[in-house]
Each structure stands twice: as C-alpha cells, then as structure tokens.
Ligand binder design. Structure first.
Ligand code: SF4
Length: 446
C-alpha cells in the first residue's frame, strides 16, 4: 500500500504556497495525500514564527499531531520555526523525528523504488529525497488548485530592514522568480483568481536589475491578468505604489489594495525604519478612490512598538477614523531575536498595548460593519469558492469576510448577486437560506 502523508500549514499565505510545493514533491516521490492525520505515515507541520502567539500555536499543533498520529508514523517539523529555532526544537521536542529548516529535504523514510516500504526512525532506513535548496521550492511544480483561487509566490526574502521584523534574517534577501516560471504556474493552477504574494510584492524584480528591474511588478500584473479573470495583490509596501501599478491593479479585475502601512506617525515610522506618514497615505488612498470609487482597502498596523507615545497612538486612531478602510489587522508588537527593536528603550507596557489595540479594534470593527451595511441592496459579482460561499473583489480569501450565496450556484462560477443583509464582516446574498454558507472568519494575520 502506498505510504500516505498529511501536511498541516500554519501562518501566512506564503507558507501555504510552500506547503503546496511540498505536497507536489511528496506526490512525485510516490506518496499519497490524506486528510486524516491518524492515517498518515508521515505527518508534516509547516510552522510559523511571526510572533510569540504564532510560535505557541506551532508548538501546540506539533504536540497535538504527535498525540493523534498512528503508531510508527514520522513527525516532521519544517517552515520558519524549524529554520529559526532548529537547535532548540531538536533539544526540546523529542516528539519530532526530523526538524527540517529551509533547503532541507523532508525525510519520508520511504524508499521510492522499494516495494517494501520501511517507515519509522529505525537504523538503516532509506531516505530518498535529495536536499532541496529553499529557493528551488519556489520553482517546483504544484498540483492544480483545489479551490477556484490560488496563491502564487513571486519572490522570496526581503531587502528591507524594518525594526520589528526578523524575516530578512532567516528568509534572506529578496530573490525574484522568472516571469516565465510564474506564468507557467498560473497556467498549471487552473484557478479563476490568482493571489500574488511575496514579503514585499511591489519590490518584485529589484534584485535582478538586468533582467527585471524596479517596477517589473506592473508588467507581471498585466501578464497574469491577461490569463485569469481576477488577479489580487497582497502586501504592498506603500512607497512602491506607483501610478502605473495602481492602473495595473485597477485593470486586474480586483480593485483591492492591501497596503502594508504598520503605523502613520512619521517619527514613529522612522523608529520602525519605515517610509511614509499618515498624510501621504491618506492622499494616496483618496487618489485611488477618485479613480475607482469601488476600490477596497486593507492594511495592517503594529501597536506598541518601542517608543510609541500617546500622541503616536492618537494619530493612528485619527487615521483609522479618517481613512475608513474596509479591513484592518492590528498586531501587538512582539520583541523578536535578531531585530533592531529588540533592545530599544521605551518598551510599551503590555497592559497599555492591550488597551490601545482594543481601542483600535473597536473603532475598526464599527467602520467595517458600517461599510458592509452600505452594501445592502448593491449588486456584486462573486466568485463561488465553495457551496454557499462567494467573494467579490472586496474580500481576499481566508483573510477578509465572505458573501454567503445560494448553494445552487456552481463552485468556480462567477455570478452577480444582490446583497440582502450584512452580518458583521460577512454579507448575505438574496435567495440564501439562513443555514446556507459557512463563515470563514475575518481579519486573520496578513
Ligand atoms: S516587515 Fe515586510 S518589508 Fe519590512 S523587513 Fe519585514 S518582510 Fe520586509
């Protein structure tokens, strides 16, 4: 019988792409996938270290899967946490059979050509997979998407140096993929909506000045948009949002702007080693709304970064009120090893951080709810993701709210529906039964 594997993915969309490529590799090695971890011969956990909470979730998941795996199944821990804390995990997690950082092949314990497959960590097990350099993971083939939408990672790593962020220290500098390999992947996925992701999307191509160069994202968006009805972009650093890029996004079928702002107070942004200020951001948002009144916006903010004063916080509150964005994520600052901010003075006490974040979330929840209410009676085009669940351009998959639609609408089809009701972040289309559709939850980390 073929050996089976189970992959659990934590963290961001970029991790999901890595997991899919891992799945492609394991399938190519002759293993088959299972959705039931208790039946798998190899259980892989693709971890996240974004903040303390993410690390805790990763450890809890590893321990829970270790309990649920069948006797003799291998447990492999990979992803950001394995890369960053490999030695600590090896020393403290005897449950894991392998801690595989980036570029390390998953040891399935399965001999590809052997008919008698040996599993478990007994001596003498054949390990067939060759080491896969982390960057090569980007260019590995993927199976066709199981959903009508799919993430496509266009670059790995980041060349910026934001004070709070450890990503460049373990993901490395930016490496942009070839346009041809990205377009091939878009074709292979056979999805209706392609969601382009990278650590710093708008910087795509800057690391390859001769072949690609700064601003290459514009042409890439145009080329992807020519292949699929919807192209969505996640994580745009605000300084690179050029007029050309805005035009390309407006023509992509998804006038959705995910601006990675992080804060709005100018002195505080400089402490964060980031560009911009609230006034510039508001102006850019107003420009876009003038060009496309229906444009939707999302942003993320870090609350309680060292040195954040009452005045900085008040500026952020005013901005959130004035900008009236569709979606905002607020994250508490978490000190990360290897970052500039780790030893900065004026750390904000936890209690104050909780208060500030609660105030911001309450304000934004009311804004989001009122923007959703404004859509009642409007006609919107949805892509049906699963029975009873659709999304318009305003909702990014797995991140924002959803639109509950009649289950009679075929998965993968586009339909124009009239909005009959709003329920918090979610909308309900006319003709939908009270029990149809399933909430997928809004505002998860991004
Ligand atoms: S926050 Fe984003 S842009 Fe800044 S260093 Fe981290 S990955 Fe790069």
């Amino acid at each position: 019988m073929t050996s089976r594997f189970y992959v659990e993915t934590l963290g961001c969309p970029k991790n999901e792409v890595d997991s899919e490529k891992l799945v492609g590799t394991l399938l190519a090695q002759g293993l088959s996938a299972t959705d039931d971890e208790s039946e798998a011969d190899v259980v892989v956990v693709n971890t996240c270290t974004f903040i303390e909470e993410a690390r805790k979730e990763s450890i809890d998941t590893i321990l829970a899967l270790s309990e649920r795996r069948k006797k003799g199944a291998r447990l492999v821990v990979t992803g950001c946490m394995a890369e960053r804390y490999g030695d600590e995990l090896r020393a403290n997690l005897p449950e894991a059979d392998q801690i595989a950082g980036f570029g390390v092949a998953i040891e399935t314990g399965v001999a590809a050509s052997a008919t008698a497959v040996t599993l478990g960590k007994k001596p003498g097990i054949a390990v067939t997979a060759q080491p896969v350099p982390s960057f090569d993971l980007l260019n590995l083939p993927r199976p066709a998407s199981r959903t009508p939408w799919a993430y496509v990672k266009i670059a790995e790593g980041c060349d910026r140096n934001c004070g709070f962020c450890a990503i460049p220290s373990f993901r490395g500098p930016q490496r942009s993929r070839d346009v041809t390999s990205i377009l091939r992947e878009v074709d292979e996925l056979q999805a209706k909506e392609i969601v382009l992701v990278a650590q710093d999307l708008a910087s795509y191509g800057k690391d390859r000045p001769d072949e690609l160069g700064a601003g290459s994202i514009v042409d890439l968006v145009r080329q992807v948009s020519a292949k699929v009805p919807r192209t969505r972009l996640l994580y745009l650093y605000p300084s690179d949002l050029s007029d050309e890029l805005i035009d390309a996004i407006l023509a992509s079928g998804v006038p959705y702007f995910d601006l990675s702002l992080q804060h709005v107070s100018k002195p505080h942004l400089r402490r964060m080693r980031r560009w911009g200020d609230g006034e510039r951001f508001l102006k850019r948002i107003a420009d876009i709304r003038t060009r496309e009144a229906d444009a939707a916006f999302r942003s993320n903010f870090i609350v309680g970064y060292p040195g954040e004063t009452e005045d900085d916080h008040d500026q952020l509150l005013s901005f959130v009120r004035e900008a009236s964005l569709d979606w905002c994520g607020f994250f508490e600052y978490s000190p990360e090893e290897g970052t500039y901010a780790l030893n900065l003075p004026d750390q904000v006490p936890a209690g104050l951080m909780h208060e500030r974040i609660a105030e911001l979330r309450e304000l934004q929840d009311a804004i989001t709810a009122s923007k959703r209410d404004e859509l009642i009676d409007a006609s919107v085009e949805v892509l049906v993701d699963e029975p009873g669940v659709g999304r318009s351009h305003r909702e990014a998959p797995q991140i924002d709210g959803i639109i509950r639609v009649p289950t009679s609408l075929a998965v993968g089809s586009f339909a124009t529906v009239r909005i009959a009701d709003a329920q918090g972040p979610d909308l309900v289309a006319e003709g939908t039964d009270a029990n149809e559709g399933s909430a997928q939850g809004a505002n998860h980390a991004g």
